[in-house]
Ligand binder design. Structure first.
Ligand code: NAP
Length: 251
């Protein structure tokens, strides 16, 4: 029987793959057989070891995604290295926390540039290649803040709500070209992104009490959804935002 989730021979570009959710996704895609191109500004040594341990090929590209400058080079290097890009996982993202009355323009621009602007233009560059080949999978990393307001993170909520909107728009434009654009909306995961929340005893307790699964997500919890949205199993799935949230949104 054909394994609908098999990624053997596929090439996945994963941004922000050095740690947290991105690393969990890179390891899971590698476990399903994909070659991994890890893109980011920090050492990819640990991720490289995880990917190679899974028996998959690995290539790291050093890039600061706070501007669109590296976008064309990333796509060129990935194609030069492994011959094609089958899967793009837009995972790199930042959060800046402050009350909205105090939130600075600098923080606003920093968050929107990484989470939304570079995400769009990297997807555009990879998408041109995918559409020309007649197939591809884009997986954006959205958030609970693609559905909810949150507090003290105005730029983050705007960016992740924007990611949800772009996911739908690109799905509408590219589905007929056999390129799937979907998103995963992680709930509350124990990564650098949420360190400030977990360090705040009151916020940490309130969040944990609201998660039906009774625990924070771990990077290993996200891989199954990423493999699904990157594989033939999701060929007729377009423009969806898949929560992986321990039941948070069901509450
Ligand atoms: P994280 O550990 O902070 O990971 C963020 C990743 O993005 C890191 O690899 C980081 O690289 C990279 N990155 C940030 N700015 C970059 C830049 N200018 N250039 C290149 N890479 C950059 O937190 P995470 O939770 O795994 O976050 C991954 C994604 O999941 C983000 O989009 C985040 O918004 C989203 N998310 C997280 C949660 C959660 O609860 N943790 C929930 C919903 C959505 P460095 O390590 O070098 O900074």
């Amino acid at each position: 029987m054909t394994n609908l989730f098999d990624l053997t021979g596929r090439v996945a570009v994963v941004t922000g793959a050095n740690t947290g959710i991105g690393q969990g996704i890179a390891a899971a895609l590698a476990g399903a057989g994909a070659s991994i191109v890890a893109v980011g500004r920090s050492s990819m040594e640990q991720t490289g070891a995880l990917v190679r341990d899974a028996g998959a090929a690995f290539h790291a590209i050093s890039a600061d995604l706070s501007s669109t400058a590296p976008v064309a080079g990333i796509v060129d290097e990935a194609i030069r290295t492994f011959g094609a890009i089958d899967i793009l996982v837009n995972n790199a993202g930042i959060v800046r926390r402050a009350d909205s009355v105090d939130f600075t323009e600098e923080d606003w621009d920093a968050v929107i540039d990484v989470n939304l602007k570079t995400l769009f233009f990297l997807t555009q560059a990879a998408g041109r290649h995918m559409l020309a080949r007649g197939r591809g999978k884009v997986v954006n990393i959205a958030s609970m803040l693609s559905f909810q307001g949150g507090i003290r993170i105005p730029a983050y909520t705007a960016s992740k709500s924007g990611v949800a909107g772009l996911t739908r728009l690109l799905a509408c434009e590219w589905a007929a070209g056999n390129v799937n654009v979907n998103a995963i909306a992680p709930g509350y995961f124990a990564t650098n992104n949420t360190a400030a929340l977990r360090d705040d005893a009151d916020r940490s307790k309130a969040i944990l009490e609201r998660i039906p699964a009774g625990r924070w997500g771990q990077p290993t919890d996200i891989g199954g959804a990423a493999v699904f949205l990157s594989s033939a199993a999701s060929d007729y799935v377009h423009g969806t935002i898949l929560p992986v949230d321990g039941g948070w949104l069901a509450r």
